[in-house]
Design a binder for this molecule. Structure first.
Ligand code: SF4
Length: 330
């Protein structure tokens, strides 16, 4: 909803300023599916608002899943489609939001990358994914947001940052900065820009290999930004913010040799604030090969032997094609 237009409309109706705050509060609460339900407003005002505004810019096409993980296919106002995933795990209800329709980076293990790039989402379309889930789970509400859905957030940074400001604002969704995470495939100049903002948002980098040629073979962006440049940017981020930096490493047959493990140990141990997240690779048509159990065990044993701390992430939503790297709408 265009809040500046809402303000203007209410001013034109000569309504007191608390009405604006009341409607915005209602809007972000997720409690209402339409203005008619806002019975704390006069009937006349509800009708006027319904004629000018809609609460969501996106509409549900399908939703699949169970109580713990759900994936929604959402239609945008121009007919393009995105996916958005709800997860109920640990202490917080989490939404994995999309920031682009498709993605230009074409990582070979990722279904979104195989779609190509259609367009950037505007801030409202990003925020509306959270509002959509808030409406669905009311009176519960989303407490954590991860930008790990479709798209590379740093390639749509202006809109993503605007969305983050709304998500984080006390007058918006009021979700703490530390409960918001951005994941990048390694857009080096934006990592530096992000570090300079000095905000509390978490940052994760999709690493997936510490061998330049191997990384290039499944992440074309590695040809533009070398591992050395990426590492320098990551060190800069940590030096500037003194915050932990998370590295995502999907376990594939192609990146779990002894040499891969050795390179990874050296990389992670080179900075005390580098932290490793291991993820089982999720199957995608025409994608990479998930590491076998034996390959995983060998790799993890090696990391243990050299004292690397890591988390081995559970993968959510594989059965729904809703897990990391599996989102696609065509
Ligand atoms: S992994 Fe991320 S950056 Fe790579 S193609 Fe998929 S959505 Fe884009």
């Amino acid at each position: 909803m265009d809040l500046s237009l809402l303000k203007k409309t209410l001013d034109e109706l000569e309504l007191p300023s608390f009405r604006y705050r009341q409607i915005v509060k209602n809007y972000y609460s997720g409690r209402y599916l339409n203005f008619d339900q806002m019975t704390d407003l006069s009937l006349d005002l509800r009708q006027k608002l319904s004629q000018t505004f809609s609460l969501l810019s996106i509409s549900e096409e399908t939703v699949v899943g169970d109580e713990s993980t759900q994936k929604a296919l959402l239609k945008l106002s121009d007919g393009q489609k995105i996916e958005s995933v709800f997860m109920d795990y640990e202490d917080w209800l989490t939404v994995c939001v999309s920031s682009q329709v498709g993605c230009p980076l074409a990582c070979s293990f990722c279904a979104t990358g195989k779609m190509g790039f259609k367009r950037n989402l505007i801030a409202g379309e990003i925020v509306d994914q959270i509002l959509y889930w808030n409406q669905k789970i009311y009176p519960k509400y989303i407490g954590r947001v991860v930008f790990m859905g479709m798209g590379e957030p740093f390639l749509n940074w202006e809109n993503v940052l605007e969305a983050i400001n709304i998500i984080n604002s006390k007058d918006g969704l009021n979700i703490g900065a530390r409960k918001i995470s951005i994941s990048t495939a390694g857009v080096v100049n934006k990592i530096i820009e992000f570090a300079n903002l000095d905000i509390q948002i978490n940052l994760a980098v999709s690493l997936h290999s510490v061998d330049q040629k191997t990384r290039e073979s499944f992440m074309p962006i590695a040809k533009k930004y070398s591992l050395l440049e990426l590492k320098n940017a990551c060190n800069y981020y940590v030096g500037k913010t003194n915050r932990q930096l998370f590295f995502e490493y999907a376990l594939m047959s192609e990146n779990t040799s002894q040499n891969d493990a050795k390179l990874l140990v050296n990389f992670i141990k080179s900075n005390r604030l580098f932290f490793l997240n291991l993820i089982p690779l999720n199957l995608v048509d025409g994608g990479m090969t998930p590491a076998t159990k034996k390959q995983q065990e060998f790799f993890i044993d090696y990391l243990n032997k050299f004292g690397v701390e890591y988390s081995l992430r559970r993968s959510f939503g594989q059965k729904l094609n809703a897990a990391c790297g599996q989102l696609a709408t065509v």
